[in-house]
Ligand binder design. Structure first.
Ligand code: ATP
Ligand code: MG
Length: 350
């Protein structure tokens, strides 16, 4: 995630090898002071549905008193890894609450770390039901760890969703999250199925905010460990298109549309033989020089139109998140829907 403005903290020399970090000024990296954990233990937390409005402060990520200390977190199991780090399921010992802890790989150059911390601070202020809550950030001897809301259904990667009303509900929630971020002038820049998480209440939330992107700036773009360009818009991959102007909001809409179409198809939408793990050059040629993919004739007219409103090659022709929320595909199916595929496997979910 980034603010839609230039990056003053972008490292001047991305090729500089990682250096062991020196001591950091705590006011730069941990603006919310960590509380003495012993203070948090004996006090029972008030029930979240407390009716005594005005007397009991809500439990929220912005409440310093609810910020867990890193030393109170026990790792339960490893959930998964991406290009930027490893995600753990953790339990907060004093409260028994479960969270996800994202541990960012490596010790980064101080300027990179500072930028990561700044962006996470922006994330920490994000307060929306369709955006994964960030509860805390730790700079543990130079290793950055982020405490996140735990989503027990995992990501939507490799899920196939053929049921259009349910797909509309998923799309509506992601759009609501995007509309919130875009209203706050925040561009996500890494919308893709693995960054869309679901829980057992069928709530879908946007995760992962730019950390991978910041790391990517410091790494060779042809290195597969940077992540995939598969969901990037044509004008972002090839800055010669669109005279080099890049509208990050429209870029998010492209990535969103491609992800939703992938849910419907059960495969990456570009080309029959081109997976999202395809090599960089083939992906680039397909995304920049072929026509945008569209929904098949088996899909409803509304869904086909919806996808076409997202996957316009010309960014100015893509609709905004707020406009797409008014699209008939979304507004026509705004009631209860079938369950998602439980298997997480595309083929078994048809
Ligand atoms: P990339 O690094 O290229 O973005 P990724 O999104 O798969 O790939 P991570 O963000 O490190 O990588 O996430 C790894 C996996 O951990 C995800 O696929 C997801 O299933 C899981 N995960 C991430 N955040 C959470 C969370 N808050 N709750 C539950 N599971 C999560
Ligand atoms: Mg991710």
């Amino acid at each position: 995630m980034m603010l839609n403005q230039s990056d003053p903290t972008r490292p001047a020399n991305p090729g500089t090898p990682n250096r062991p970090s020196g001591r950091r000024r705590p006011d730069l990296t941990l603006p919310l002071p960590q509380r003495d954990p012993s203070l948090a233990v004996p006090l029972p937390l008030p029930p979240p549905t407390s009716s005594s409005a005005g007397t009991t402060p809500p439990i929220s990520s912005s409440s310093v008193s609810s910020t867990p200390a890193l030393s109170d977190l026990d790792r339960v199991r490893r959930i998964g890894s991406g290009s930027g780090g490893t995600v753990w399921m953790v339990r907060h010992r004093p409260t028994n609450r479960i969270y996800a802890l994202k541990v960012i790989y490596g010790n980064h150059e101080p300027s990179v770390r500072l930028q990561i911390c700044r962006e996470i601070e922006i994330l920490r202020t994000a307060d929306n039901p369709f955006v994964v809550r960030c509860h805390a950030m730790y700079d543990h001897a130079g290793e950055i760890q982020i405490l996140l809301e735990f989503m027990d259904g995992g990501s939507l990667e490799n899920r196939q969703i053929r049921d259009e009303p349910f797909l509309a509900d998923v799309a509506r929630q992601v759009l609501a999250g995007l509309a919130y971020l875009h209203r706050r002038k925040i561009v996500h820049r890494d919308i893709k199925p693995s960054n869309l998480l679901i829980n057992s209440r069928r709530e879908v939330k946007i995760a992962d905010f730019g950390v991978g992107r910041i790391l990517a700036q410091t790494m060779d773009p042809c290195n597969s460990s940077v992540g995939t360009i598969a969901y990037m818009s044509p004008e972002r991959i090839n800055t010669d298109l669109n005279q080099g102007a890049y509208d990050g909001y429209a870029g998010d809409i492209w990535s969103f549309g491609l992800s939703v179409l992938e849910f419907y198809l059960g495969r990456f939408p570009f080309g029959d033989n081109l997976g999202r793990q395809g090599d960089w050059a083939s992906l680039m040629v397909a995304i920049c020089y072929s026509n945008p993919p569209d929904a098949p004739p088996t899909a409803s007219r509304e869904f086909r139109s919806f996808i076409a409103c997202c996957l316009q090659k010309e960014p100015a022709r893509r609709q905004t998140a707020a406009q797409l929320l008014q699209h008939p595909f979304i507004t026509k199916s705004s009631h209860s829907h079938g369950p998602p595929s439980s298997s997480g496997s595309a083929s078994s979910a048809v």
